[in-house]
Design a protein around this ligand. Structure first.
Ligand code: ZN
Length: 150
């Protein structure tokens, strides 16, 4: 496949996620929630999770953001739903490496999120792409701290 066709395909997947985001909305029974913003672009994201025995049973996001941040949040929720905290944090680490241009084989586990590797060429958009993942990391590490205190 010619590179331009590939870029086109990736762009289409990103646009599909941003116009019809997966797991968009709120959770009444959320056990953990967080809000993060990216002042450089103006993206704001609220994440809500239902953690049960260290597993992400459900996740939703809301807020307002650019195409990249919305698509990335949608892809992130697809990648981590049903995963344990440890698995989800490992995926967040993989994603962080990916957008720095450090790809490796384990990145298949990221699903559609792996498509955002192209963002590494646009430093200004890296924060847009990582916002949802940073939120996830923060929410999960706070949840862990709470558990340790119990
Ligand atoms: Zn943005």
């Amino acid at each position: 496949m010619a590179l331009s066709r590939l870029d086109h395909l990736y762009r289409q997947v990103i646009l599909d996620h941003s116009s019809h985001p997966h797991h968009h909305g709120t959770l009444e029974q959320a056990t953990d929630q967080i809000e993060l913003n990216n002042p450089t672009c103006g993206d704001v994201i609220q994440l809500q999770l239902i953690l049960e025995e260290d597993r992400i049973n459900d996740i939703r996001f809301s807020g307002s953001g650019c195409t990249i941040s919305t698509a990335s949040a949608s892809m992130m929720t697809d990648a981590v739903i049903g995963k344990t905290t440890t698995e989800a944090l490992a995926l967040a680490e993989q994603f962080s490496l990916l957008v720095q241009g450090k790809e490796n084989e384990e990145m298949e586990d990221l699903g559609d999120a792996a498509i955002l590797s192209g963002v590494s060429k646009f430093p200004a958009r890296i924060r847009c792409a990582t916002l949802a993942w940073k939120g996830l990391e923060k929410a999960l590490s706070e949840a862990r701290k709470e558990q340790d205190n119990e």
